[in-house]
Design a protein around this ligand. Structure first.
Ligand code: NAD
Length: 547
């Protein structure tokens, strides 16, 4: 197997013809440096890849190194197709990853096309080189836990037990988010190596050799109202029902295994990782059946916890959908996190915004933190978060920060950073992106857009408009993604990346792209009738037509 390790590149020396190209190249290197399985180009979420294959990767790298501004690289499902003559305000890279025609968009067809080397799934942030490690979803998980604390536990999770599973690329954020929220959390993970990685990156506090030890460690922490995260190497489909049989009722229950993918993601109970690998090629249908059966067992236990009083939620991995397909008729009694906890924020286009220090110097992120703490001192959500992030989050790969910010706030920050770059206050330019799971950027009727007020859950016009608008607004990279593996046919989303290189041209790109991105997000929710969005549209004087 092709074993490769990736290092991030920092400093102020250019290998490309400009910072826009250099910035995108560093981001591509970064997603592989911090990814889960770089030897196979896999970044996260079981099969989310940075490029289709190694020749594609090498050609992308070579093109970024030699292309001029005024050219646009076209990428189709991780494979570079060609370099077009455009103009200096056009995106440098446009991508369409994993989009299949409606009736064909099924997991089986995806696997077949992937096997033939014709398609690859970009996840949300893998294929478009925006992934920043487990930090990428940490504030989202923290915000969910904070809402649960407010709603159910008098404002604090101190002394409370959270149960979850999955310590992969994104699931690895759960123990640290719970620690930030003050809880004791048990994380069940079937792969020892993932537990070790989260301990090494300081996302997980400790590991336990067996369930009894884990429960006693967590029990002590709860009694002392001390935050603690414990990883247990076991299968969730075994441990969840065991806890239920013992009469333990965790305060909060969720799951972030790669349940969306029955073939490459979820590991069925009773199977070793090697056995799964072997069965995957020998009898994929049998493996998918076994995964479904285990998910059914796990979700039944989650429903039983819910009945016994736990706050249970789906954290965006399609586990309810898989369970329902396996015969759990009431799987959707478990609410989705977006609708249950975060929709009021998305309605105001407040969502996960990220910036990455291309210098590879943590001091650049610290200076931006300082700016935020001063400028947004009155904004409790931002200042509280930056304080927590500074204290708890160790960087993986290029130093980066995520914060949930809204319309105007994102633009203001990006323009301030662009000025800092121009004035030589930072070691190098800074990249800005946001998650695809953002107000105007995603249609996913079982995650982002479940139970929209106007019933518009499955309408994918919004992410498509979002991507076209990003191209019109001069973003540096624009991507349209649809679901792969078990997500096939379930979602379409859009992503954009901008490089703040300190120039006047970057100022214009940042202003147009970020303002229009969040404006569309507000309009999407206003169109669906959300009061917060209508209020935000009026407050920020958007040119929004209410028909
Ligand atoms: P990943 O593939 O990197 O990690 C999944 C982990 O689950 C692996 O470590 C695997 O060993 C473990 N696992 C699989 N089956 C298990 C079982 N039965 N018991 C215990 N552990 C098991 O994936 P990821 O990037 O961490 O993403 C996890 C899921 O979350 C995916 O479905 C992804 O699409 C979803 N996701 C949701 C959000 C969100 O916004 N809520 C964001 C990103 C990803």
């Amino acid at each position: 197997m092709n074993k490769r390790r990736f290092e991030v590149t920092g400093g102020s020396a250019l290998r490309c013809k400009g910072w826009r190209q250099e910035g995108l190249l560093r981001l591509l290197e970064n997603v592989l440096a911090v990814g889960e399985d770089p030897s196979n180009l896999v970044v996260y979420a079981a099969l989310g890849k940075a490029a289709r294959n190694w020749p594609s990767h090498e050609r992308i790298v070579a093109t970024l190194k030699t292309m001029d501004e005024g050219e646009t690289l076209v990428v189709q499902s991780g494979k570079p197709i060609g370099l077009m003559r455009t103009h200096e305000k056009a995106p440098l890279v446009v991508m369409a990853n994993c989009n299949m025609v409606g009736q064909w968009a099924k997991a089986e067809n995806f696997y077949e096309l992937e096997r033939k080397g014709l398609i690859c799934w970009g996840g949300l942030t893998a294929g478009d080189w925006q992934y920043i490690g487990s930090q990428g979803v940490i504030q989202g998980t923290y915000e969910i836990l904070a809402r649960i604390a407010e709603r159910h536990f008098g404002g604090s999770l101190a002394g409370r037990l959270v149960l979850t599973a999955g310590l992969g690329g994104m699931g690895g954020a759960q123990p640290l988010a719970a620690r930030m929220a003050g809880a004791a959390i048990l994380c069940v993970e079937v792969d020892e190596a993932r537990i070790a990685k989260r301990i090494e990156t300081a996302y997980l506090d400790a590991t336990a050799p067996d369930l009894d030890t884990a429960l006693s460690m967590l029990g002590e922490a709860q009694a002392a109202r001390r935050a603690l995260s414990v990883g247990l190497c076991a299968n969730a489909a075994d441990v969840f029902p065991q806890l239920q049989a013992r009469g333990i009722v965790p305060d909060v229950v969720t799951d972030q295994t790669s349940a969306h993918d029955l073939l490459y993601g979820y590991v069925p109970a009773g199977f070793s990782l090697d056995a799964v690998r072997e069965l995957r090629s020998r009898d994929p249908a049998r493996l998918m059946q076994a995964s479904t059966e285990s998910i059914v067992v796990q979700v039944r236990a989650m429903l039983a916890f819910q009945k016994a009083g736990s706050v249970v939620f789906d954290n965006g991995n399609l586990i309810r959908t898989q369970a329902k397909n396996g015969g759990v008729a009431n799987a959707f009694d478990i609410p989705i996190f977006t609708e249950a906890f975060l929709r009021p924020m998305f309605s105001r286009a407040i969502g996960p915004f990220r910036w990455i220090a291309l210098s590879n110097d943590p001091a650049d992120i610290a200076k931006i933190d300082e700016y935020l703490l001063q400028r947004f001192a009155d904004n409790r959500s931002i200042s509280n978060w930056i304080g927590l992030a500074r204290e708890h989050i160790r960087f993986e790969g290029l130093p980066a920060r995520i914060a949930w910010m809204g319309h105007g706030e994102r633009t203001e920050l990006a323009l301030a950073v662009n000025r800092m770059v121009a004035e030589g206050l930072l070691g190098a330019p800074v990249a800005f992106t946001r998650d695809h799971l953002d107000a105007g950027a995603m249609a996913h009727p079982n995650i982002m857009t479940e139970n929209m007020r106007d019933g518009s859950d499955a309408i994918a016009d919004w992410p498509l408009l979002n991507a076209m608008l990003a191209c019109s607004s001069q973003a540096d990279l624009v991507a349209i993604h649809s679901g792969g593996g078990g997500y096939s046919g379930y979602m379409t989303s859009a992503g954009l990346t901008l490089i703040a290189d300190g120039t006047a041209a970057a100022e214009q790109r940042l202003r147009l792209s970020l303002d229009n991105d969040t404006s569309l997000g507000i309009m999407r929710y206003a169109d669906a009738g959300y009061a917060e969005a209508l209020d935000e549209a009026a407050r920020t004087k958007l040119n929004h037509y209410q028909l």
